[in-house]
Design a protein around this ligand. Structure first.
Ligand code: SAH
Ligand code: SF4
Ligand code: F3S
Length: 447
């Protein structure tokens, strides 16, 4: 028996959906009367974990060790709850290996208060169920959020790419009902959001019935959110190439609040590798899709995910990834070395690529992606656009915000957090831009 914790801290790893879940867990614990504090003072630490690559998983165990040691020096023993995808994948094993108090999966974290109470009463509490009833109904309403908020509308994945754990840790594809999404969007705007990013492992697979009972896709949801008073910007991520409908493409032409940005992972440029990955799109269908998006929205910023060193990937096949990157000209991207994950088909493939080859390929790929990101940023210099101010910068009077193309923009302004300001983009680096008042462009032209 230990006293029930009175304070908590949530630390989220991994994707934006985990960030969203972490926020909801925080709101849930706060609604129970627990006070949010720093990790070094919390009586309950919730580690909201990611299982996507081996290093992400191992980080959980080193984090638990570090937390225990630091608390031990202060004579404390905080309760530790492991949530998220490692919890789902490893379950009881985490209790055996790291003696944590609570293990809770991504589909059952609404049960956290009960699990914490059980753990306080003695013994470990584990819940990795994937109940049919959604957890969302059991969560408290949104109260206070920043200007840019996440809203999970779709969960899970039915695609089973051969390298990926997500279908196992998050379960099958499920869409949240229309009403629930619209209600949460409204409460996010009331709580301070100007921008909402709709989230899902395959967000563009979202489907549901609108208020009139018509079956709609993600584009229908976006068109309805467009009419939500107070909301200024809409984004969505992550999309799968096969779920990219013409309706959604057209929304990029018609919906002013929908920002010109599309994260559309491709993973590799070789058709043989894409087949072995079970991606169910090929190089040319992906490129044709991007052409269709660019036809309706020529300025769209494209983003992608890449894996180098998938089992059996040859130098020539990797060169096809580089050539795809050169063809597309991404505005930003994430790239990873392939990491074998237990239980996935690719982990059992015989021709794993040597680590040195993976290092070299990742370096080459990242050099190309960085070059393109810088070029994209430079290409927007001279434009006047709205920037959503998200936080203070390091210098006095400096604020940091986002352009429509999701670039970070530094600006000197009297505007506050949450304001949309008209800004001229005056200079660009590889990772961010500088903005000034709209009339500063004349000075730029005279330079
Ligand atoms: N649902 C999204 C993203 C899933 S995870 C999609 O399908 O695109 C985010 C990214 O992690 C993936 O796009 C992929 O690039 C990477 N990833 C997934 N499994 C991986 C593995 N075993 N090794 C390395 N990278 C991986
Ligand atoms: Fe993983 Fe593929 Fe599903 Fe994306 S589409 S979550 S990479 S299995
Ligand atoms: Fe990681 Fe789970 Fe997201 S494995 S990337 S936290 S869906």
């Amino acid at each position: 028996m230990t006293a029930p914790p009175k304070s908590f801290h949530v630390k989220s790893f991994g994707c934006q959906m985990n960030v969203y879940d972490g926020e909801r867990m925080g709101e849930l614990m706060a609604a129970q009367g627990l006070v949010p504090v720093g990790a070094d003072a919390a009586e309950l630490v919730i580690l909201n974990t990611c299982h996507i690559r081996e290093r992400a998983t191992e980080k959980v165990y080193s984090d638990i060790g570090r937390l225990r040691k630091a608390a031990g020096k202060q004579g404390r023993r905080p309760m530790i709850a492991v949530a998220g995808c490692v919890a789902q994948a490893e379950g009881e094993e985490i209790v055996r290996r790291a003696k944590v108090d609570v293990v809770v999966g991504p589909q059952s974290y609404h049960n956290l208060p009960g699990l914490v109470a059980r753990a306080a009463a003695g013994g470990a509490a584990v819940d990795t169920d994937m109940p049919l009833a959604s957890k969302f109904g059991a969560l408290p309403a949104r109260r206070k959020v920043g200007p840019s908020a996440f809203l999970t509308v779709q969960e899970g994945c039915d695609k089973f790419c051969t390298y990926c754990v997500v279908p196992y840790t998050r379960g099958a594809e499920v869409s949240r009902p229309w009403r629930q999404v619209m209600d949460e969007a409204r409460s996010l705007v009331d709580a301070g959001a100007r921008e909402i990013t709709l989230l899902g492992q395959n967000v563009n697979a979202w489907t549901g019935e609108d208020e009139a009972g018509r079956v709609r896709g993600l584009d229908g949801l976006i068109r309805a959110l467009d009419r939500l008073p107070g909301l200024a910007r809409i984004r969505y991520t992550t999309s799968h190439p096969n779920d990219m409908t013409q309706g959604l493409i057209d929304a990029h032409r018609d919906v002013e609040k929908l920002m010109p940005f599309l994260h559309l992972p491709v993973q590799a440029g070789s058709d043989r590798v894409l087949r072995a990955m079970n991606r169910s799109h090929d190089r040319s269908s992906y490129l044709r899709l991007l052409d269709r998006v660019r036809a309706v929205r020529p300025d769209i910023a494209l983003s992608g995910d890449f894996i180098v060193g998938f089992p059996g990937e040859t130098e020539a096949e990797f060169a096809e990834t580089l050539s795809l990157v050169n063809t597309v000209g991404y505005a930003q991207a994430f790239s990873f070395k392939y990491s074998p994950r237990p239980g996935t088909p690719a982990a059992a493939m015989v021709d794993q690529v040597a680590p040195e080859a993976m290092d070299e390929r990742l370096q080459l790929l990242q050099a190309a992606l960085n070059r393109d990101q810088h070029a994209f940023n430079l290409g927007t210099v001279g434009q006047v656009c709205d920037v959503l101010v998200e936080r203070r910068g390091k210098l006095p009077g400096q604020m940091l915000g986002k352009s429509p193309w999701l670039q970070s923009v530094h600006l000197l302004t009297s505007a506050g957090v949450g304001d949309l300001v008209e800004v001229a983009l005056t200079a660009a680096g590889p990772n961010s831009l500088t903005g000034g008042p709209p009339n500063s462009l004349g000075a730029l032209a005279a330079e």
